[in-house]
Design a protein around this ligand. Structure first.
Ligand code: HEM
Ligand code: HEM
Length: 404
């Protein structure tokens, strides 16, 4: 059961890894990839434990073939452990610290590794995926050889209930999951507006067997491929997004319900770096930095408490930063930006919505966000007893753009 559960999960995981859009726009697929990958790691450790405490049946073949079979098995274990570990390491050392939430429910820590290992881990992760595919091909070729050339019924040894037919069915299922998943994801991503194009505006679909034709084959209607070519064309005209300067006089406010009445405040010192093309929100890179010491509720006592360890703990972490991961248009001049908020030593996903008014390179930006303060350990003492956990943030500012 572990053999087939892991084989099915790996087929899905490899297809997902190759098909998910690299870069910002694949947030949910990345979370899924990380969740399934860690599950494979856990299942493999269970399997290894089982393997070490249970003697397998004797090998059916010696000599070179026996050696090859055994080597491939050992290397498959190396792959099953190495792939998730390198994935985990590369996520832990990424420039953008995106927290991992397994299946949306279980927070998963980052490995304490230096940022310098990020590149090599990313390379190793991809290389291991390809090595894994090669090993599985050899492994399956071996199984086919036993089944159809030697006809020694070896397949029964890995079959639930000793049924070679069931093992064969599971093997076909593994292959179907690999190709099916890849095409489905590629099709969905293309339909939803496409892959993040590299600098030359080309739509890139990575991975074996996944190209635009494969994607549209999975979606028989013409719509997805039309959407793909349109978004590719749009990005081709667009070039890099304009860079915007936030004008003085903007506002960044917050409000939270305190035992039935609203507590309102604002930050006076914050700044941002904005790269954004209203017509191509996918290429956006938005960063905002807020000096927590500049927060005021208009009352000196409350302001003092706000800076203390039960609230912002500003002495240890003086700034809060938010950086976008993916920005999508939700209506005319209306956008939703998913990103990561780093506040009081914690980094968590944080969505921000905003609207634009004005024309060309002079715009007014207005928006809001709802922040779960408890996720950042803000308001831990008795003083916060009546505070709602959700804090609403609102902002408005003028920005002047210049072509990059
Ligand atoms: C998809 C079709 C697959 C088939 C038909 C298949 C078939 C088999 C068979 C017949 C055995 C038993 C060999 C023996 O008793 O000597 C076996 C063992 C094994 N398989 Fe597969 N397999 C498949 C997929 C995979 C995948 C995807 C992986 C992992 C990446 C994998 C990893 C292993 C390992 C590590 C063993 C050795 C178990 C041990 O000794 O601990 N297999 N497989
Ligand atoms: C058995 C487990 C895993 C397999 C087979 C696997 C496979 C893959 C594959 C095939 C890719 C695409 C490589 C490329 O085209 O560059 C990929 C990318 C990625 N994987 Fe995994 N993965 C596994 C586990 C994990 C885990 C556990 C994590 C994180 C906790 C993870 C994080 C990532 C990330 C972040 C990328 C994108 C890297 C980039 O931006 O180039 N993977 N994975």
């Amino acid at each position: 059961m572990l053999h087939w559960a892991i084989a099915l999960a790996l087929a899905f995981q490899l297809a997902l890894g190759f098909a998910m859009p690299k870069g910002a726009s694949g947030f949910a697929l990345y979370q899924l990839h990380k969740s399934v990958g860690i599950t494979i790691l856990v299942l493999t450790l269970v399997r290894l434990g089982w393997r070490l405490t249970h003697r397998p049946p004797p090998a059916v073949e010696g000599g070179f073939q026996g050696f090859l079979a055994k080597s491939v098995h050992v290397l498959l274990y190396v792959f099953m452990i190495g792939a998730p570990l390198t994935g985990w390491a590369l996520v832990s050392t990424d420039r953008i610290q995106v927290p991992t939430m397994l299946f949306g429910a279980i927070p998963w820590p980052h490995l304490p590794l230096p940022a310098g290992v990020n590149e090599p881990m990313e390379e190793a992760h991809e290389l291991l995926a390809w090595i894994g595919i090669a090993l599985v091909l050899l492994h399956v070729a071996g199984a086919l050889r036993h089944q159809f050339l030697i006809r020694d019924g070896l397949l029964r040894r890995i079959a639930p209930g000793g049924s070679a037919g069931l093992a064969g069915l599971l093997a076909v299922l593994v292959i179907a999951v690999y190709f099916g998943t890849g095409m489905k994801i590629a099709g969905d991503v293309v339909a939803a507006g496409g892959y993040e194009a590299p600098g030359d505006g080309r739509v890139e679909l990575a991975g074996p067997s996944l190209d635009i034709d494969a994607a549209s084959a999975a979606n028989p209607s013409d719509a997805p491929s039309v959407a793909a070519s349109e978004s590719a064309a749009a990005e081709e005209e667009a070039g890099p997004p304009p860079v915007w300067t936030i004008q003085p006089g903007g506002r960044l406010g917050f409000a939270v319900d305190n035992a039935g009445s609203a507590l309102r405040g604002s930050f006076s010192d914050w700044s941002g770096t904005i790269r954004f093309d209203p017509k191509n929100p996918e290429s956006a890179d938005l960063r905002i930095e807020v000096r927590l010491a500049s927060a005021t509720l208009g009352d000196a006592t409350q302001d003092g408490m706000l800076q203390g360890p039960e609230f912002f703990g500003a002495a240890a972490n003086p700034t809060a930063t938010w950086r976008s991961i993916s920005v999508t248009a939700t209506g005319p001049n209306r956008y939703r930006a998913r990103g990561t908020l780093s506040l009081k030593g914690a980094s968590r996903p944080q969505t921000v919505t905003f609207t634009l008014t004005g024309e060309g390179l002079r715009r007014r930006v207005e928006g809001n966000a709802s922040i779960d303060r408890s996720a950042f350990g803000i308001g831990t003492g008795e003083a916060a007893g009546g505070l709602a956990s959700s804090v609403s943030l609102d902002f408005a500012f003028d920005a002047v753009g210049r072509a990059p």
